[in-house]
Structure formats: structure tokens, C-alpha cells
Design a protein around this ligand. Structure first.
Ligand code: SAJ
Length: 417
């Protein structure tokens, strides 16, 4: 039996590799020829621990192959991005084109699983697109248990940086369009899954994925709101949270410069888009988290003003060092990162030098490189006038307190408190 994975990104490629490592024949499909060519060489085009070894072995042993055009298979997994199209509305164009592109190669008995984060109803919509685009009209297009193909929604829930572990260990929510669809999808994941397959319908599974990330967003927003309140009240928010968390039923998350990544800052808006009147707390949480970078920049402006009055220096002579660019600690992923946003905003306003300190990258993105220079930790600690802590990477946490001589520090992670 052949398994085809459409979309070879952060979710599709690890999933393809997981099936291939269990001796299944996997054909990966991606519209990006660079990704296809890289994978067929046995290499990877994304950063994720342990994935490189797995892909290399799978390609060498002939279990994994990539292509730009869908081919016939017995099971298809769709793991393409679902970004925004303007105004926080979900854009399903990649799911639609993936579905339409595989319709011509479908045959009776095939299983199609959607994994991409999607609004409620997306799986029914995908079934519609498939039905419209099918060329094998010899099979009657029937709904429900009579349908000649099986469709399910099975969201991924892996944490970037730990994908290969969580892919196998986490439980899977299986949202089949019928119970036969769910059964077949469960059988497929059980090829590599150590966690449990939990069966529900497709709409509940779609909402479940959105709910998980909204839960985290709302809880981070609570921590971020506390950090603003504590700042106004002269209270150390990290001490406060650790004290409150000693209550047996309180477990507050950590504040920071904002919420980044491709999921938590996006998925809650899918709920808001479909329920604008009802999703009041979910929307507010998004607004609280999205406004945090601006609040941080206001703190930096205040610190600079104080520095200028105290030292009598000119702003143009002040070096501001931003520690961390990644969207969370101990990774190198800068996409949708609040730390990058804060650094941009500082560099746009500050007349002196703005430095970025990010041990996990060797080159700044072009837009940042125009106005910011990448500096080593030591130099920033010695020469910068104002320090801005944005990401609590391990090496930053390890800096001994006596090496931090600066009087002006804006610490969004409570590392140098
Ligand atoms: N963050 C905080 N405070 C915290 C925890 C996180 O400010 O206490 C920030 C991080 O710094 C980062 C953002 O939130 O900017 C998101 O980071 P994360 O580690 O919470 O999550 P992601 O985006 O790496 O992965 C999430 C996970 N979802 C949940 O934990 C509910 C993952 O399991 C999902 O599979 C993934 O989204 C996804 O693909 O949807």
C-alpha cells in the first residue's frame, strides 16, 4: 500500500518520514521544486531535531520519494498551510488546490485525511471540492457510508522542536466523515502511533485543534495582562506568578514579548472569524498578545529617556542590544516572532545603533539586516548601553549576574530580574 503526503513542510515531512521508517512506501508531494529535490537527495529543507537522519535513511532505503505532481496511492494525507487572507480570515486556497490536484488520481477505496488546521466545516468543504473535481465518473458520487472514498480530519498537535517524539507519542483526534472513515484513519496512524486514536466527527475534530491553541493563547494573554498590571503596581510579575502557582489549582503561564509562531497567534482567529459575536474572550486574548510588542517598545523608550537624562549622552550615541530573535527559546525559527517585531520597531525609531544578539542564527533576515547588526553575546554585554531581553535562550539564562553591568534593562522574560 502506498501513502501519499501532500505538503512536505513542518508537519508533512516528519509524518512522511514516520510512515517510511515503519517500512511503508511513501510518496511526498510538494509544489516547491527545491523541497522535492532536497528530499530526493536525502536531505531536509527545514530545521527539526532527528528529522534529517530519518529522511536520509528513508530515501536511501527507497521508502520515501518526493515529487511535484500527485500520483495514485491508497491513502492521502494533506498537510498544507492554512494562512490568513487579509483581516484574520482563514485562507483555504492551498487545501483547495491540494484537493483538486489529487482528485484526478483518486480511485475507489482511497482514504483522504486532512491534517491542516482548518475552520469548522472544512472537511465537508474538501469533500465537495473532491467530488467536483473527480474524473473517475464511473464511480457514482455518493454521500455517507455509501461513498466510494473515505475522508477524515485528523489534526496534528506536535510541538516544533519535539516533532519526532510528539508525532508518535501524542494521542490523535480522528474525525471521520463516517465511522468507517474514522476506523480506516485510525488503522493508518496506528502504523507508527504509540498514543491513542480517539474517534469523533470531523467538525468536533476541527474545533478541537482550534480549541487547543486558543486555550494556550488565552492563558498566555492572562500572563501578559498580569505583566502590564504588575508593572504599573511595582510588583515583580515572575515572583507573583510563582507564588500564585503554589496554589494547588492555579497554573499561570509565562509572560513575554508577545506570542509568535505559526499556530497560536493564528488559529484563535479561525474561531473568531466564524463566531464574531460569541468569541469575545478569544478575540481579546489575541489583541492582548498582539499588543505586547508595542508595550515592550514603550518600556524601551522610557528606559532610553531615563538613560539620556542620567548620563547626558545623545540618543545617537546609545547602543541598544536586543537579546533573542526566535519566536521561542532554544530554536532558530524567526517567523512570526514578537522578538523580531520588537527589534524592528526599536531600530525604526532609535537614532543610535540597534544590535541583535541571537546565537541560533548566523545571518539576519534581509529586512532586519538593513538597520540592525548581529552581535556576539560578549560584545553586547561589554559595549551596549541598554539591554532588551526578548527570548530566554539557555545561553542567556546562563550569563552570570555580575557580567551584566548595565543600569538600563528591559527584561520581558524575567531572566535578569
Ligand atoms: N509563550 C509565552 N508564554 C508561555 C508559553 C509560550 O509567551 O508560557 C509564547 C512562546 O514564546 C511563543 C508562543 O507562545 O512565542 C507559542 O509557543 P508554544 O511553545 O506555546 O507553541 P508552538 O506555537 O510552538 O506550538 C503550538 C502547540 N500547541 C499547544 O501547546 C496547545 C503545539 O502542540 C501545536 O501542535 C502547534 O502550536 C501547532 O502546530 O498548532
Amino acid at each position: 500500500d502506498t501513502i501519499s503526503v501532500i505538503g512536505l513542510g513542518y508537519i508533512g515531512l516528519p509524518t512522511a518520514a514516520a510512515f517510511a521508517s515503519r517500512g511503508k512506501k511513501v510518496v511526498g508531494v510538494d509544489i516547491n521544486p527545491h523541497a522535492v529535490e532536497t528530499i530526493n537527495r536525502g536531505a531536509i529543507h527545514i530545521v527539526e531535531p532527528d528529522l534529517d537522519v530519518l529522511v536520509k535513511r528513508a530515501v536511501e532505503e527507497g521508502f520515501l520519494r518526493a515529487t511535484t505532481q500527485p500520483e495514485p496511492a491508497d491513502a492521502f494525507l494533506i498537510a498544507v498551510p492554512t494562512p490568513f487572507k487579509g483581516d484574520h480570515l482563514p485562507d483555504m486556497k492551498f487545501v483547495e488546490s491540494a484537493a483538486r490536484s489529487l482528485a484526478p488520481v483518486l480511485k475507489k477505496g482511497d482514504l483522504i485525511i486532512l491534517e491542516s488546521t482548518s475552520p469548522v466545516g472544512a472537511t465537508e468543504q474538501m469533500a465537495q471540492w473532491l467530488a467536483e473535481s473527480r474524473s473517475d465518473l464511473s464511480f457514482p458520487q455518493q454521500a455517507g457510508e455509501q461513498s466510494d472514498i473515505n475522508i477524515a480530519y485528523c489534526p496534528e498537535r506536535v510541538l516544533p522542536g519535539q516533532v519526532m517524539v510528539e508525532l508518535i507519542k501524542n494521542d490523535r483526534v480522528i474525525g471521520g466523515m463516517t465511522s468507517l472513515c474514522s476506523q480506516r484513519a485510525s488503522d493508518l496512524y496506528n502504523i507508527f502511533l504509540e498514543g491513542e486514536c480517539v474517534i469523533t466527527n470531523s467538525r468536533t475534530a476541527e474545533m478541537c485543534k482550534l480549541t487547543e491553541n486558543s486555550f494556550r493563547d488565552v492563558n498566555i494573554a492572562f500572563a501578559n495582562e498580569l505583566s502590564l498590571i504588575c508593572d504599573a503596581q511595582g510588583i515583580n510579575v515572575w515572583e507573583l506568578i510563582s507564588l500564585a502557582n503554589r496554589h494547588p489549582r492555579v497554573n499561570i503561564l509565562q509572560p513575554g514579548p508577545g506570542v509568535g509562531g505559526h499556530c497560536i497567534a493564528v488559529d484563535p482567529w479561525f474561531i473568531v472569524a466564524q463566531n464574531p459575536e460569541l468569541a469575545r474572550m478569544i478575540r481579546t486574548a489575541r489583541e492582548v498578545n498582539d499588543s505586547k510588542p508595542h508595550w515592550v517598545v514603550d518600556r524601551v523608550k522610557a528606559a532610553l529617556a531615563d538613560c539620556l537624562t542620567t548620563t547626558g549622552k545623545r540618543a545617537a550615541d546609545i547602543k541598544i542590544a536586543c537579546f533573542g530573535l526566535a519566536f521561542k527559546p532554544n530554536i532558530d525559527d524567526l517567523r512570526e516572532s514578537p522578538a523580531v517585531e520588537v527589534t524592528h520597531l526599536i531600530a525604526d525609531w532609535h537614532s543610535g545603533e540597534t544590535w541583535a544578539v541571537e546565537p541560533n542564527v548566523h545571518q539576519l533576515p534581509a529586512s532586519l539586516a538593513e538597520k540592525v547588526t548581529l552581535q556576539p553575546v560578549d560584545r553586547a554585554l561589554k559595549e551596549a548601553d541598554l539591554l532588551v531581553m526578548l527570548v530566554d535562550h539557555k545561553p542567556f539564562k546562563a550569563i552570570p549576574a555580575d557580567q551584566i553591568q548595565q543600569s538600563w534593562i528591559v527584561d520581558t522574560k524575567g531572566v535578569w530580574r
